[in-house]
Write a protein that binds this ligand. Structure first.
Ligand SMILES: C[S@@+](CC[C@H](N)C(=O)[O-])C[C@H]1O[C@@H](n2cnc3c(N)ncnc32)[C@H](O)[C@@H]1O
Length: 229
């Protein structure tokens, strides 16, 4: 009987560990643990994700470059840039003639981003910093992006407010929202599609669009409202 209890206790511990460290990626254990896990995984992150250049261009690079075509030398901020996925997709678009800032708390993810973005040194700035508060003045960017990251922040709502603060009126917000069965394993850190739409409608945003994107993520587009004085 004793050994059965031991096996059950061990299995429960393994399940909790898998939930906390693999599914939730350290989110409930604090920002330091999240950062440590990304530091440890940085060198294999791109291989694990298996990003496809054509998909990245189709869903991210092209539409973002297109939405910025009326701005001269637009400035884009990618919050939690990781290995520079969004900057890469955007800078692969010949019509994009702006600057991209990529911000992340993991120094090793940023080191990989630096290598990935080496062909565009003059168009990219990488910053070791957190999402709240963002180290920028108000209304600095024509677009702010945040992909596959909001659910790992200590609190998503203040981070969203910060992204809107640094976004120019009329600027574009592009972010992901985690859905699917794994999202249910991260209570308090994820929003259902309906919850997210309701939150976005309460913010100074227009042109809100939430569409299925990847297995575990919706892709969200919205525009910061221009307030008339
Ligand atoms: C799943 S990766 C996504 C990276 C990239 N956006 C992409 O789509 O490939 C999540 C990233 O969020 C970063 N991160 C987590 N919490 C953060 C925070 N509070 N501030 C800034 N970055 C954070 C991690 O270091 C990691 O690089």
């Amino acid at each position: 009987m004793g050994w059965v209890l031991l096996v059950v206790a061990f299995a429960v511990l393994v399940l909790i560990g898998y939930w906390q460290l693999v599914v939730a990626e350290g989110t409930y254990l604090g920002t330091r643990v999240v950062t440590l896990l990304y530091d440890l995984a940085a060198h294999r992150y791109d291989r694990l994700k298996g990003f496809d250049g054509a998909d990245e261009a189709w869903f991210l690079g092209r539409p973002l470059a297109d939405s910025l075509r009326c701005s001269d030398h637009p400035r884009v901020l990618d919050v939690a840039t990781g290995t520079g996925r969004l900057p890469r997709a955007l800078l692969s678009q010949p019509e994009f003639d702006g600057q991209v800032w990529g911000l992340d708390l993991s120094g090793r993810m940023l080191s990989v981003a630096k290598q990935n973005l080496a062909p565009h040194p003059e168009c990219v700035g990488l910053l070791l910093a957190g999402a709240t508060p963002l180290p920028f003045a108000d209304e600095q960017f024509e677009a702010v992006t945040c992909l596959e990251a909001l659910e790992f922040f200590a609190e998503a709502a203040p981070a969203l407010n910060e992204m809107l603060r640094v976004l120019q009126p009329g600027g574009w917000l592009l972010m992901s929202n985690r859905i699917g069965w794994e999202a249910r394993l991260m209570p308090g850190h994820t929003w259902s599609r309906a919850e997210l739409i309701s939150i976005l409608r309460g913010l100074p945003l227009t042109d809100i669009s939430v569409r299925p994107w990847q297995t575990y993520y919706d892709l969200v587009w919205a525009r910061k409202r221009i307030t008339k004085t």
